[in-house]
Write a protein that binds this ligand. Structure first.
Ligand code: ADP
Ligand code: ADP
Length: 224
């Protein structure tokens, strides 16, 4: 059976991170989130983190050359050589082309791009209630997925915080950036027959089942 090289994408707040936590347990594939990697760099104060932070705070995309280099290095690590799930990358046509080029050079290709689709109004509701565990980034929502104890992570007891870029005015800009720069990827992947759409407005469990079914079908198609 050949490898699964998957892209998970969709508007901010669509539930990609939530699904990542679940899919990690289902498939032995590394889950690579460029947003998490950038936040790690900001926290550690690396040169990349310092450069990226101003874009992230404004809800803008970090320039392609910085992101492409960071993602390429990560994909070259040994755990990603037999497949991966990418979250939040590629986010522009330029990035998608760079990824294709990197994979093609070593005889690999993207298996599918899974779009978790959610309308803007729902995005705003989800992001305004999103809370993250300060230690390992576990995801919660104050109404839709509350922790057992308010403000405390169920999994490791750490404090829950709101991301700086989850404040209202930044969210509106992130949505605009998504529509302008990332949505064109739908046609890009469609043209290559790689697009799979998921209704992200369903419950986390239903979305999870749907994504698993899509991946199971991809595996079967690959086996025949
Ligand atoms: P979201 O909640 O929008 O899915 P992420 O955690 O994926 O957010 O990303 C947070 C921020 O990190 C983005 O708003 C952007 O500034 C930056 N970022 C993450 N991935 C990319 C990328 N592939 N290209 C450019 N910027 C990125
Ligand atoms: P993304 O990684 O796509 O930016 P998240 O997984 O962080 O999105 O989800 C955004 C917020 O919405 C979180 O607070 C999360 O708990 C909540 N959420 C995720 N999936 C669903 C869902 N299917 N229904 C309702 N709320 C959800």
């Amino acid at each position: 059976m050949s490898e699964l090289n998957l892209i998970l994408f969709g508007p901010p707040g669509a539930g990609k991170g939530t699904q990542a936590d679940r899919l990690r347990n289902d498939f032995r594939l590394p889950f690579i989130s460029t947003g998490d990697m950038l936040r790690g760099n900001v926290k550690e104060g690396t040169e990349l983190g310092q450069e990226a932070q101003k874009y992230m705070d404004a809800g803008e995309l970090v320039p392609d050359e910085l992101i492409v280099k960071m993602a390429a290095e990560r994909l070259n690590e040994s755990d990603a050589l037999d497949g991966f799930i990418l979250d939040g990358f590629p986010r522009t046509i330029e990035q998608a082309k760079a990824l294709d080029k990197q994979l093609t050079e070593v005889g690999r290709r993207v298996t599918a791009a899974i779009l978790v689709d959610v309308p803007d109004q729902e995005v705003v509701r989800r992001i305004s209630g999103r809370r993250l565990c300060v230690k390992s980034g576990h995801n919660y929502h104050v109404d839709f997925d509350p922790p057992k104890r308010e403000g405390v992570c169920d999994q490791d007891g750490s404090r829950l915080i709101q991301r700086d870029d989850d404040k209202d005015e930044v969210v509106r800009n992130r949505l605009k950036v998504y529509h302008d720069q990332t949505e064109p990827l739908i046609d890009y992947f469609d043209d290559q027959g790689l697009m799979r759409r998921i209704d992200g407005t369903r419950s986390p469990a239903e979305v999870h089942d749907h994504i698993r079914a899509v991946i199971a079908t991809l595996r079967m198609e690959d086996d025949v």
